[in-house]
Design a protein around this ligand. Structure first.
Ligand code: FES
Ligand code: FE
Length: 374
């Protein structure tokens, strides 16, 4: 797969097979999603001891559970006896342990093997050695980030660096107090497109004028197609007659207390590679987590987060949620439309990026270097 030769001012996209080839997808699963920090679950979703969630990270099913000590832990979701899938539910709660349905090996919330039929007859089975395989986990922004690598990359040099590169410094995102916000709405999108389509589309603004009528009303500069993500520290300014980040540009909800004057009436979009988008507006934060399931299928979980008192008050969030829900639908429909053509001969050598979008070219370079391609 080689890129097409283009005049210097034009940048090639990745060739079509990068979006369809199972071998490319498998390499990305191994070298990108299983190698770095992956934003897996929202911490507050697992609020009580014994609550758990299973998520797909790369080729592995991962079980994340809250222990009796209040800590979140992540494990490979595989019984250490004969390798049965331990937990088949997407989420739920257990009293004090996970029991395998096959031969009833039982694991504590800390992953330790706590019971097994006739285990006394197997003195060599060490309860820690044959406990669940533990993974690295750390919490940030109210989410649990998991790394499957034995020796994880520095969180600061990867996740935090992506945020700083976009916002100009880590303090900028802290102002929104994301870890203290409450979930106002969650919508899941089962997108029939490769995960890279979704990232490239999010980084792009060239399409805004064509497919996002509501968004460009609220953020008029997006109608010009300039990719705000390219400019460090630049937030797209609300239109002069817009009073809130809502579907009709009308009033939003109470402003987050830490948001500074320079952040007011502005929208910031951040891509945290490989699978998170954070959208900051004065009264709420929208977090997208992507779960790549197949070369042509990605599950997107999108959370709308507000001040806890706003959610508790039962305030009407519909006009607030509706704006980005429409943006999501418009974007994912476009991604699916591209995905359908990725196998065409016409795209075998890829397409072209407009010059202002060389940051998408940088994303392609990052993917290729991570996946071990020249
Ligand atoms: Fe799980 Fe045997 S495979 S107890
Ligand atoms: Fe878009």
């Amino acid at each position: 797969m080689t890129a097409i030769d283009l005049p210097q001012s034009l940048l090639p996209t990745l060739p079509g097979p990068h979006y369809t080839d199972p071998a490319v997808f498998a390499r990305e699963q191994e070298r990108i999603f299983e190698a770095g920090w992956f934003c897996a679950v929202r911490s507050a979703d697992l609020s009580s001891p014994g609550s758990f969630e299973t998520v797909q990270i790369g080729r592995e099913s991962v079980l994340i559970a809250r222990g009796r000590d209040g800590a979140l832990r992540a494990f490979l979701n595989v019984c250490r006896h004969r390798g049965a899938r331990l937990c088949t539910d997407e989420k739920g709660s257990v009293k004090r342990a996970f029991q395998c349905m096959y031969h009833a090996w039982t694991y504590g919330l800390d992953g330790k093997l706590v019971a097994a039929p006739n285990l006394t007859g197997m003195p060599d089975v060490d309860r820690v050695e044959y406990g669940l395989t533990r993974l690295h986990l750390r919490e940030w922004l109210g989410y649990a980030w998991v790394c499957l690598a034995e020796d994880p990359p520095s969180f600061a040099d990867t996740v935090l660096a992506d945020v700083s590169a976009r916002l100009g410094g880590p303090g900028e995102i802290e102002a929104y107090g994301i870890e203290n916000l409450a979930l106002g709405r969650r919508i899941e999108y089962d997108v029939r497109a490769n995960w890279k389509q979704i990232i490239e589309n999010f980084m792009e603004c060239y399409h805004c004028a064509t497919i996002h009528p509501e968004l460009t009303e609220v953020l008029p500069e997006f109608a010009d197609g300039y990719a705000a993500q390219y400019y460090v520290g630049h937030g797209a300014e609300f239109g002069s007659d817009v009073t809130g980040f809502t579907v009709d540009g009308g009033d939003g909800l109470p402003r987050l207390p830490g948001v500074g004057e320079h952040q007011d009436r502005r929208y910031y979009a951040i891509t945290i590679r490989p699978q998170v988008f954070v959208n900051l507006v004065p009264d709420h934060v929208i977090v997208h987590r992507m779960f790549p399931l197949a070369p042509d299928r990605t599950l997107v979980r999108c959370d709308w987060l507000y001040l806890p008192e706003v959610v508790a008050s039962g305030a009407d969030l519909d006009r607030s949620v509706e704006l980005f829900h429409r943006v999501n639908q418009q974007d994912f429909e476009a991604c699916e439309r591209c995905q359908q053509a990725m196998g065409s001969r016409a795209y075998a050598k890829g397409g072209v990026l407009v010059p202002s979008e060389h940051h998408i070219g940088e994303f392609h370079d990052w993917v290729r270097s991570k996946a071990g391609e020249s």
